[in-house]
Design a protein around this ligand. Sequence first.
Ligand code: IVH
Length: 691
Amino acid sequence: MQSDLFSDSPKTNADSANANPAVRAAWLRAELTRHNHAYYVLDNPSIPDAEYDKLFSELVALEKRHPELCTPDSPTQRVGAAPLPQFEPVHHSVPMLSLGNAFDEGDIAAFDRRVREGLYTDSEIEYATELKFDGLAINLRYEDGVLVQAATRGDGATGENVTPNIRTIKAIPLRLHGDNPPKVIDIRGEVMMFKSDFAKLNARQREAGQKEFANPRNAAAGSLRQLDSRITAQRCLRFFAYGIGLLEGGDMPPSHAALMEWYIALGVPVCPERAVVKGAQGLLDFFNGVALRRPDLPYEIDGVVYKVNQLSEQQRLGFVSRAPRFAVAHKFPAQEATTIVQDIGIQIGRTGAVTPVARLAPVVVGGVTVTNATLHNEDEVKRKDVRIGDTAIVRRAGDVIPEIVAIVPERRPADARYFVMPANCPVCGSPIVKPEDEAVARCSGGWVKCPAQRKAGLLHFVSRRAMDIEGLGEQLVEQLVDKHVINTAADLYRLGLTALAELDRMAEKSAQNVLNALEQSKSTTLARFIYALGIRHVGEATAKELAGHFGKLDVLIDASEEQLLEVADVGPVVARSIRQFFSDSINRELVEQLRAAGIRWAEHEPAAKEEKPLQGKTFVLTGTLPNLMRDEASALVEAAGGKVAGSVSKKTSYVVAGEEAGSKLAKAQELGITILDEDALLKLLKSHEKN
Ligand code: IVH
C-alpha cells in the first residue's frame, strides 16, 4: 500500500534463492547503501521501512551462512560491536583546530578587515558561509574509499578512536561513492542528534526510568562516547561534513564550496544551508537569514561559520595559535546559562493549574535577563530534583518560556530545601487540589473567586493567536482586574477612554490605540473565538477542528459528548471538558455578552455526519508489532474512527500489544482491558469493514 509513495521500490527478490550468493550479497549491499543514502543524506526516502528491513534481514542471513561474504563496508556492520575496554588514542595527521568567535557586527567587520589586510587587497572577499552545528567534531579517515578509522577531536592533536560507534551512523558512508576515490582522505565534520530524535530518546529514557539528557549536544556526545557501540546504534546520530584534513592521491578542489560539492559526489552528507557571499555585508545578511530560520531547523546550531572560500587564500592567511585566520564562528547569544534557584514559587494559570516557578538570581540568557523559569508541575520538580539553593542550567529558546534543564549536583549547598506545594492558593485562598490521575494541581477557586485565574484567562483571550488585541499586556490586565474595572472578557468591550486613560502609565493616545484594537478584534473567525474562550484542553488546533466541523457556534454549544467525539482531534477528555464548559450558565452568559458586544465571524453549515465503526473507542499501542509500524497501526485505527492514546487508563477500550510490551501491558491486565495482538487488531478492523 505504501510503496506507491516511493518512485523506485526495490526489485523483487523472488529469485534470491537461486542467485549466486556472492552476487546477491553484493547487490543487497549496494541496494541498502543506496537507500541509506537516500534516507539519511538526501532526506528523500526511496523505499518503505518494512521493505528496507526485509532486504536487510536477507543480507544478515546470507552473511551468516557465508561469513566470507561479509565485507567491512556491509550495512550489517552498522549494528554495533562488542564493548571495548577503552578508547584507543588517535594522533591526528593534521591537527583539528578550533574557531575564533565573533559576536557582533564590529567583530565581523574586524574579521573581514584582517582577512583583506592578510591578503593585501582592498577588493571584496569571497566567503563560504555555513552553520555552526552544536555537536562534536569528528575526523573520518577513508583509504581507497573505505572508512577505516574515525576519531574525536580530543585536544586537537590526539583524539579517541570511535570507529565502531561511527560505523553505526547511517548517514556516514562506509564506502565513498565513485570509482576514483583518493588514496587517503580525512573528512571532517560534526556528529549530532536532530531535535526530534533527541525528544524520542528522552521519552524512551524517561519510560525506562533512566536519566534524560540535558540537550541534543549532550545526547550526541553521550551516545558517541559509548564503549558499547550497540548502544550507539540505537541512538540515531547524524553527520554533516565541513572540512578536510589529510589528502593523498587526490586533487584538492580550489575552494571550500567546491570541496563541499565533491563531498556530495562522494556520498558524504553536507548541510544544504550554505552559501557563497561577498564582503562583510554578505556575511551579516547570511547571519540574519539563518537567525530567522533557526527555530525551524531540525537540529540545533549555536551560530554560523564564515570561511574564506578560495583554499589558496586560506593557505596564505594561515593560523594564529590554535585557530585559523581564514575562518570565524559568528555565535548567537547563548541560550543556556547557569544560575542559582533562590526560591520556588507558584503561578496560577487560567484553568487554575498550579505551575511551580523557579525564582532565579538574574542571569542573561540569549540576550535577555531571566529571573523566572517554569518547572511545569510537581512531578517535574521531583524528577529534575530541583531544590531551593541549587545551581541550575536555565534555557531560553525563541519565544518559549525559560525552563530549567537540569541542576548541577556538585554545587548543591548543604542547606538546599525541598519545594512544598502550598495547601491554599496564595492569591484567593481557595484549597489547592490534585486529582489522583492528574499530574497538575489546581486552585479550586475558579475564575469567579480567583483573580489570578481571571487575569490569566483575560491574557489568553487577548493573545495574538486568540482575539489578537494589541496593547493589552500583562501590566494593563493586572491593573484592570486589581482595580475591579473588569471581571470578564465581555467587560473589555465596555471599556471607555476615561477609564483606560486613568490607569498608571497610560496616555490618552495609547488608551485610544487599545480601544481601536478592541474594535478591530470584533471581526474574527469562529476558530479564534472558540480558542479565546480558554476551554480546558482546547488548543488552537482543536479549536480549528471544532469550527470546521460544527460551522456554527450554537451547534457546538448544543453538541453532546458523542457528537463532539466525532471531531478529529477530540477524545473523551476533551469532549467532556467542552460539554462541561457550555453546560455552565456563567460561560453561556459570557458568550452571549461577547456576541452582544458585536464580535462576529462567518458561519457555515455543519459537516455531514459520517458514522465510523470505532467511533468513541480508545486504543493504546505498546511494544513492537510483527508487521505494522506503529504509525501504520495508528493510522488504521484512526481511519476507522478510533482514537490512539499514549497511556492506559480506565477509559482505554483496547490495548494492542506487540513484542517487548512493558508497563502499559501490565497496567491493561490489571485494569482488565481487552488486549489485542496484531492479528486480533486486523480482524477487529476487518469485521467492522463488513458492517
Ligand atoms: S570548521 C579550522 N565548520 O566548531 C576550522 N567547525 O570551534 C575547523 N563546528 O570543533 C572547524 N560547525 O566542532 C567548522 N561549519 C563548521 C562547524 C564547526 C560546528 C564546530 C567544530 C569545531 C568547533 C570550532
